[in-house]
Ligand binder design. Structure first.
Ligand SMILES: [Mg+2]
Length: 231
């Protein structure tokens, strides 16, 4: 029987990837003299993934990748003024309001009646804590965890920390790679809610998904009904 429901935050409870999407569009405009939008995007994508092992996730890491990509695409010709514009994009992202996904608060309110709730979000501590603080939904959660990576080891550590039986643990999120597959591998359950803006790095290949058994919902607001049927 499930007794703890854990939620991913970015692009599960609140919008996030749209900020990155808009930033990338702006970057291609700033760097228009140096290359086509597709080429700029491709170099930025490669740079971001390559840099995860150096910087981890988050907006400040993304900023360093944008600067690196700007230098590469321009063969070192990018100007100080253009780099300043890139920094401005970053600062705007860091101060952006948190916009909840449709029905997020209602869903939490309903689910919290029957389950203990945990928030597990991956990324930069400063950025994630700011968003949790201004989201208005922090009080629904008994446990709030910001982690650097969402691996099997991470979930095992969190469940161990709070003495949670994996069989009673269900994770809800928009990333097969981070929210769903590692939780299934440690004996938990998971509900996948695809989001149109999911970052390509969070998608999982068919080979990784294999025979994995998880629930899939079109919208977060369908979760209470799904949980009713589990009982
Ligand atoms: Mg997410």
């Amino acid at each position: 029987m499930i007794n703890i429901i854990a939620f991913d935050a970015d692009d599960t409870l609140w919008h996030n990837e749209n900020l990155y999407h808009n930033a990338k569009v702006t970057l291609t405009k700033i760097l228009a003299d140096y290359g086509e939008p597709d080429a700029i995007q491709a170099i930025l994508d490669q740079t971001e993934v390559r840099n995860i092992e150096y910087y981890g996730y988050g907006i400040k890491s993304f900023a360093l990748s944008m600067v690196e990509a700007a230098v590469d695409i321009s063969n070192g010709e990018v100007t100080g003024a253009e780099i300043s514009e890139v920094i401005s994009i970053t600062k705007n992202m860091l101060r952006a309001p948190v916009e909840l996904e449709d029905g997020a608060e209602d869903t939490l309110r309903q689910v919290a009646k029957n389950y203990e709730l945990m928030l597990i979000t991956k990324g930069d501590l400063f950025e994630q804590e700011r968003k949790i603080g201004i989201s208005g939904i922090a009080d629904y959660f008994l446990y709030l965890e910001v982690v650097g990576e969402k691996s099997e080891a991470t979930y095992q550590r969190l469940l161990g920390k709070y003495d949670i039986d994996p069989a009673g643990f269900l994770m809800v999120g928009n990333s097969l790679r981070s929210d769903i597959l590692p939780v299934l591998r440690i004996g938990g359950q998971a509900v996948y809610i695809p989001n149109e803006h999911t970052w390509f790095h969070e998608l999982a290949g068919e080979d990784e998904i294999g025979e994995a058994e998880y629930g899939e919902l079109e919208r977060l607001s369908h979760l209470p009904e799904y949980l009713q049927q589990l009982k």
